[in-house]
Design a protein. Structure first.
Ligand code: ATP
Ligand code: MG
Length: 267
């Protein structure tokens, strides 16, 4: 799945990344789904280790246009993992107290502790995305944030956090189809946000903002992956594969018991 990782310093043009790509898996949707379920067993075991070892911290950042499937990823990739060790932090429009502080203040509080995996459903990247597109801060303010973000993520990494950042890449037609499906099905009406239509009109501006954000902040310590996400099963497959490989590379071990258990007799 290395082909989806953005190399530090590489130029990013999302228009050059194919949201329909499925070249890393030889199989159909059904086989893909089965594979995700299999990888999910590995993830459960690895997350158990992460929790038991109580050493590493893992941060997964999810960013995407509306309807690209952040919720779907959280549901299927993390299906069945022990809720004790995994937490989702969703970042909505900041409260007035949050706005009174610097933009990383609320984010740092949600960073994972030892043995914990935290999924950011949106993140500090909104502060160079929606903030830029909607002019919530002037250019001179948001443009210096890439540097802060890289330094912030370096701090987390230096202190033992493994960071993975995923951009779920769909195209505008796919978004139209998903919005239409929500509109057509009364059971999905609750998911339909009229406000998403206004954001959709700003598609190109968001694309520019994502291009710059990903280009400026894909670092060795916190890489971005651009995940083809027009097909939901393939999107889940890419993310779970990267996650499991990264966790395996941590070479985690359950801690030894500090007592000599060979002498223990249970009466
Ligand atoms: P879903 O629609 O699937 O429930 P969502 O992540 O789109 O999930 P919403 O409540 O629809 O959740 O949207 C959250 C909104 O908060 C987004 O429009 C996002 O851009 C906005 N937001 C997040 N962080 C910031 C920020 N720092 N400044 C301004 N707006 C922000
Ligand atoms: Mg929304």
């Amino acid at each position: 799945m290395d082909k989806y990782r953005v190399k530090p310093g590489a130029k990013v043009r999302l228009s050059k990344w194919d949201p329909d790509d499925q070249s890393e898996f030889k199989g159909d949707k059904e086989q893909g789904r089965a594979k995700v379920a299999k990888i999910n067993d590995d993830l459960e075991a690895l997350q158990d280790l992460l929790y038991g070892e109580h050493k590493h911290k893992v941060l997964v950042v999810l960013q995407a246009m509306d309807t690209a499937g952040k919720d779907g990823v959280i549901r299927s990739v993390f299906d069945g993992v022990n809720p004790q060790g995994v937490r989702v932090a969703a970042f909505k429009a900041p409260s007035s107290v949050e706005l009174d502080h610097d933009y990383l203040w609320r984010v740092h509080q949600q960073a994972p502790g030892k043995g914990e995996m935290v999924i950011f459903n949106r993140s500090h990247y909104e502060d160079v995305l929606v903030v830029r597109v909607h002019n919530l801060a002037p250019k001179e303010v948001w443009s210096r944030r890439y540097e802060h973000i890289n330094a912030f993520e370096k701090l987390l990494a230096d202190e033992g956090t493994t960071i993975l950042k995923f951009f779920l890449h769909i195209d505008k037609d796919e978004q139209a189809a998903r919005l239409q499906a929500r509109l057509d099905d009364p059971e999905k009406h609750w998911k339909f946000a009229v406000g998403d239509l206004a954001e959709r009109k700003l598609w190109d501006q968001y694309t520019d903002a994502y291009n710059d954000a990903i280009e400026q902040t894909s670092t060795p310590w916190a890489p971005w992956y651009i995940v083809p996400a027009n097909r939901k099963w393939y999107r889940d497959l890419v993310i779970s594969t990267v996650l499991v490989k990264t966790l395996k590379d941590l070479k985690m071990k359950f801690p030894e018991n500090k007592d000599d258990l060979s002498k223990v007799v249970i009466e």
